[in-house]
Design a protein around this ligand. Structure first.
Ligand SMILES: [Zn+2]
Length: 246
C-alpha cells in the first residue's frame, strides 16, 4: 500500500497523462523513471513489459489512489487509434513552451502532440520539434526533464538545479528546407486526423504502414529525431492522396 503523496500540480486542459505524472515527479525533485518505479508493482507483474502511461486506464486509477486526487481531476488517456508508438512520442512546440513559461507555468505535453497526424502547431504555424531519444536510450519511458531543464528559462520554471545540459543539444528542430506548413496543408492534416472521415482513414492507414517500415529501417543508425521529418514527409504524401481522390 503506497503512502499518500500530499500535493500535485494541477493538470492543464489538453495535457497528457504522462506529462502530468512527470511534472509531479519534477515537483518532488525526482525523474519519471524512478517516480514510476515507486508504484510499478501496482501496475505490472514481474517480467511483464512496462505499461503505456498514456493508454492504460489502470495508471489513472493507481495515481488517483496514490495522490487522493479524484479521477475527473486527472488527465484523460490519449486516443489509442491516433497515438504514435510510445517510443516515438517525441514532438513538441518550442513556442508553446516559451508561452507556458511566460505564463508562469511548467511546460507540458499536449495530448494531440502524441498523435500520428500532428506535425505542426496550428497556433504558431510551425512544424514541431522533436526530443532526441538518445538522451534516455534504454529507459522504458520517454523522459522530458532533460529538455525542460535544458533552457534556463524553463529550468527556472521547474525550480530545478542546472544540470549542465546544453540548450538545443537534446532536441531537434524541423529543418528549414521543409516546405512551408501552408494553410492548405494544415487543412489536409486536420482532415487526416478526423476519425469519421473514411477517405482520410484510408490515407492515414497508408501513412502509418509507410512510416512504420521506414522507421524500422532507420532507427538503428540514424536515430529517432529524424522520424519527425519522415512523418512530415509521409503525411504530406497522404495529404496528396486525399487531394487526388476528391
Ligand atoms: Zn505552438
Amino acid at each position: 500500500m503506497l503512502p499518500k503523496i500530499p500535493i500535485c500540480p494541477t493538470f492543464v486542459a489538453e495535457e497528457s497523462l504522462s506529462s502530468w505524472i512527470e511534472r509531479t515527479a519534477c515537483f518532488y525533485g525526482c525523474d519519471l523513471e524512478r517516480w514510476i518505479g515507486q508504484f510499478s508493482t501496482e501496475l505490472v507483474s514481474d517480467g511483464e513489459p512496462p505499461v503505456d502511461l498514456d493508454l492504460c486506464d489502470k495508471v489513472r486509477l493507481v495515481v488517483s489512489t496514490w495522490s487522493g486526487i479524484p479521477l475527473d481531476k486527472i488527465p484523460p488517456l490519449c486516443d489509442a487509434a491516433r497515438a504514435l508508438p510510445s517510443f516515438a512520442r517525441l514532438a513538441f512546440c518550442e513556442e508553446c513552451w516559451d508561452a507556458d513559461v511566460r505564463a508562469g507555468i511548467q511546460p507540458y505535453i499536449r495530448r494531440h502532440w502524441l498523435n500520428w497526424t500532428t506535425v505542426h502547431c496550428a497556433g504558431h504555424e510551425r512544424y514541431l520539434s522533436a526530443k532526441k531519444r538518445s538522451v534516455d536510450a534504454g529507459a522504458s519511458y520517454v523522459n522530458w526533464q532533460e529538455v525542460w531543464v535544458s533552457n534556463p528559462i524553463w529550468r527556472n520554471a521547474l525550480q530545478l538545479q542546472n544540470r549542465g545540459a546544453g540548450a538545443g543539444s537534446v532536441w531537434y528542430q524541423a529543418p528549414k528546407q521543409l516546405p512551408r506548413c501552408t494553410q492548405r496543408l494544415m487543412h489536409l492534416l486536420e482532415q487526416l486526423a478526423d476519425p469519421a472521415d473514411v477517405l482520410a482513414n484510408k490515407a492515414l492507414g497508408h501513412v502509418r504502414e509507410t512510416w512504420r517500415q521506414r522507421s524500422e529501417e532507420r532507427i538503428g543508425y540514424v536515430g529517432l529525431p529524424v522520424l519527425l521529418e519522415n512523418r512530415i514527409e509521409v503525411l504530406r504524401q497522404a495529404a496528396a492522396l486525399l487531394t487526388v481522390s476528391q
